[in-house]
Write a new protein. Structure first.
Length: 153
């Protein structure tokens, strides 16, 4: 998978959500009006996540995550558009939280559990039960990853 700079990871998603979480009056006590998003995701935290995953024997993949507004799954046409933009995965959260955290000067690592295939990838329709089944199946691994990371920070 090609290495995409952090700016692409956040820029694509912020545009597609339609509203930046920092829109409105800025509280300068929390952060600058125009925070730099060049390194939205901390290389140090990503390395720590990878080390914990290796120790726990958890398979990880890095990629471009794009946030869409939801609450529906994307259409096959939207999935094709997102793929053309360089997206590897999509969801309905994460990106606004990253923008706000970086605004406040926090170091950020993005960790997502990909719970289902995108619309049109498989012949079957998407069902929420698949999401629930996947999260139940990987629950213990996800807890081990987060617990291992928190104890190393």
């Amino acid at each position: 998978m090609p290495r995409i700079p952090s700016i692409a990871r956040v820029f694509i998603a912020a545009v597609l959500l339609g509203l930046n979480p920092l829109t409105g009056v800025n509280d300068d006590r929390l952060g600058p009006r125009f925070p730099d998003m060049t390194h939205a995701y901390s290389a140090e935290l990503r390395d720590r996540v990878k080390a914990v995953a290796a120790r726990e024997n958890i398979a990880l993949a890095e990629g471009v995550y794009v946030a869409m507004p939801g609450p529906t799954y994307e259409t096959p046409a939207e999935v094709m558009m997102l793929q053309r933009l360089g997206a590897d995965a999509t969801g309905m959260s994460t990106v606004p939280e990253v923008i706000v955290a970086r605004h406040m000067g926090m170091e950020v690592a993005g960790i997502s559990c990909i719970t289902n295939m995108a619309a049109g990838v498989l012949p079957e329709p998407l069902v929420h039960e698949e999401v629930l089944a996947t999260t139940a199946r990987v629950r213990d691994q996800f807890i081990a990853l987060i617990t291992g990371l928190v104890t190393r920070v």
